[in-house]
Ligand binder design. Structure first.
Ligand code: BES
Ligand code: ZN
Length: 631
């Protein structure tokens, strides 16, 4: 920085410090004890809060309705109102009391398309139990009801829920804030051909009555309450871990996740004992909007992670890592989302390194870093450039908008840089202690910063730019780099192709798709630029069969490149992909690039594909893609 800009900056800082709010304190010096408010919940958890929730629910596939009662056991309080969150739920009555229930008065607040409604129940200061009798509606955003054609078996229907971030309120009336932690139990009745599993202790076999009881004895935030119902079988993969899936996918699952026991052992070695007893995975249908979701004791997973070559096992390392970062120590509000995801991506990489070595871990980190650079440049140009701060400001916005590479990759990269500054040994000791100190707590970014300073930076006399990383845009100038020689080679090949060199005749002569791992292909495909010829795309596709046979991760990048380069010969395969797969991160870029095209025929293609696909998507993906198409 030259003298003149330094002067301008100092003037700007003087003005900023005249401003009442900022005083002299940097954001990282704000008192973490100041009462935190969750802008995404109406509930009054500071006055009265649910301690235990008991659900008695019937799952009706013919009508696509869940109905029954949510029994809330409340903390002691002095208030005469309990406020819950609901969204598109039909309530028939509310009572208070345990053995002898009395009807209670209740009112709804105004409906917000984002937050739903407040539900205010009138109670006495001595009220302990509040029972809400309700049923879900066809607008329940958490629920994905799948007809048999959309399953592997094609005989039975399937249902799963997705609660994070603020969708649990669309299938259970509750205080839907990650600040409040509850235990729960449930009695769930489903058709007898199907098995029900939850983020709790689970059955491994169906029973004739279709009645299942669940207990989650550890306190969790509401977004982690989850249910899946389908024609599921269970395979144990180790003493305390296994997989639920339709039988058609059971072998593929058992192969892909063979290393699961090793992963659990590696995670425990890093940051302490796994505190949730059992770790299982349930393989959902392709419509599931995420690669994985860390529901406690039972990760929900998308079959696209069955790449066949174990190249997506890092998704499982990621969801497992959430058993510490996220489920044990939870973001208090969605503005602190990076505490969940950044820590988890960092932890995920450490697990991968431990099991598969540094080369693999660096390959994964390098791909993530590429994603981050692309996201940073998009965010800088967007309406919300402050979204590149780790600490977000999502008030009046959908918390989903915080699900970017900032929370994930900038967050992880921040921790990598701290590790670099203090050394691995001290970093690991600090993190292990952090998980002990805040176990079963929901905390803010500011609580973490206080810990970081007091327990790691100050004692080791390290000056670290916390404000630059957490409360500022982009990346601090000083940071470490990640590299991978294997990816550099692919990037180099792509650059030579961009310069019209015939690499198919030279380096790729006799090469096959399986000669390279998924991440090598991603690095190659992403580096190819929009100007490469259709002829080159055709030749690549003929040789490597990307459009027809690559795994979904590679296909996603390949179809993005196809949209950019207007390679349309395999649009039938692209359409099949968009119809089959609902995992948002794999499809949204494809739709976006088609809609960005200068040719109307690409827009028409995207619209038609979406028309055919949309009923098979979960609300989360459907609404994102709708936003892209209608813009
Ligand atoms: N918890 C997230 C998924 C999520 C985030 C759902 C925010 C709703 C709101 C999950 O752990 C996740 O990050 N999934 C990633 C995995 C990847 C980063 C390895 C995914 O689905 O792609
Ligand atoms: Zn995650």
């Amino acid at each position: 920085m030259n003298y003149f800009s330094t002067l301008l900056l100092s003037i700007a800082l003087i003005f900023a410090s005249c401003n009442q709010e900022s005083q002299d304190a940097l954001p990282s010096e704000v008192d973490p004890q100041v009462t935190t408010v969750d802008a995404h919940s109406y509930s009054n958890t500071n006055e009265i809060r649910t301690e235990h929730l008991h659900l008695e629910l019937d799952v009706n596939f013919d009508e696509k309705i869940i109905s029954g009662v949510a029994r809330h056991q409340m903390s002691s309080h002095t208030t005469n109102q309990a406020i819950f969150d609901v969204k598109n739920i039909a309530i028939s009555k509310i009572t208070t009391g345990k053995e002898d229930e009395k009807e209670a008065k209740f009112t709804f607040g105004e409906h917000s398309p984002l937050l739903g409604q407040s539900l205010t129940v009138e109670i006495e200061p001595e009220t302990e139990f509040i029972n809400i009798y309700y049923q879900t509606t066809d607008k329940a955003e958490a629920l994905d009801w799948l007809s048999p054609e959309l399953t592997e078996g094609k005989v039975h229907p399937y249902l799963y829920t997705q609660g994070q971030a603020i969708l649990t309120r669309s299938w259970i009336p509750l205080q839907d804030s990650p600040m409040n932690r509850i235990t729960y139990s449930a009695d769930i009745t489903v058709p007898s051909e199907l098995l029900a599993v939850m983020s709790a202790d689970n059955p491994t076999k169906k029973n004739k009555e279709g009645k299942y009881h669940f207990e989650m004895k550890q306190k969790i935030p509401s977004y982690l309450i989850a249910l899946a119902v389908g024609d599921l079988t269970y395979i144990a993969l180790g003493e305390n871990c296994g997989i639920y899936s339709e039988k058609e996918l059971a072998d593929a699952c058992a192969y892909e996740f063979e290393d699961l026991p090793k992963m659990i052992a590696a995670a425990e070695e890093l940051y302490g004992p796994y505190l949730w007893d059992q770790y299982d995975i349930v393989m959902l249908p392709y419509s599931f909007p995420f690669g994985g979701m860390e529901n406690p004791r039972l990760t929900f997973a998308n079959p696209t992670i069955l790449a066949g070559d174990r190249s997506s096992t890092s998704v499982i390392a990621h969801e497992l890592a959430h058993s510490w970062s996220g489920n044990l120590v939870t973001n208090a509000t969605w503005d602190d989302f990076w505490l969940n995801e950044g820590f988890t991506v960092y932890f995920e990489n450490r697990i991968m390194e431990k099991i598969y070595g540094k080369e693999t871990a660096d390959i994964l980190a390098t791909i993530e870093h590429q994603d981050l650079m692309a996201s940073l440049s998009d965010i800088e140009k967007s309406d919300f450039p402050e979204d590149s701060h780790l600490k977000l400001q999502l008030k009046e916005r959908n918390p989903d908008e915080g699900m970017t590479d900032i929370a994930y990759v900038k967050g992880a990269f921040f921790l990598r840089n701290v590790e670099h500054a203090v050394g691995r040994e001290k970093m690991d000791a600090f993190l292990s202690q952090y998980f002990i100190d805040h176990a079963f707590e929901s905390i803010t970014t500011e609580v973490f910063i206080k810990d970081l300073k007091e327990k790691l930076l100050t004692p080791n006399d390290i000056d670290f730019d916390i404000d630059g990383w957490i409360y500022s845009p982009g990346m601090p100038e000083k940071h470490i780099s990640v590299e991978s020689a294997r990816l550099d080679r692919m990037i180099d090949l792509a650059k030579r192709a961009n310069a019209s060199e015939d690499i198919i005749a030279s380096d790729f002569k006799d090469a096959q798709r399986n000669d390279f791992i998924t991440q090598e292909w991603l690095a190659f495909i992403r580096t190819l630029d929009a100007n490469i010829s259709t002829d080159f795309m055709t030749k690549l596709d003929e040789q490597f069969q990307f459009s027809a046979n690559a795994n979904a991760i590679v296909k996603s990048d390949w179809f993005k490149l196809s949209a950019k380069t207007k390679y349309r010969a395999k649009q039938d395969e692209m359409e099949k992909f968009l119809i089959k797969i609902g995992r948002r991160w794999l499809i949204e870029g494809v739709y976006q690039l088609l809609m960005d095209s200068s040719d109307k025929q690409d827009h028409d293609f995207a619209e038609q594909a979406f028309e055919k696909a949309k009923n098979g998507y979960h609300f989360v993906s459907r609404s994102t893609i709708e936003g892209i198409i209608n813009k």
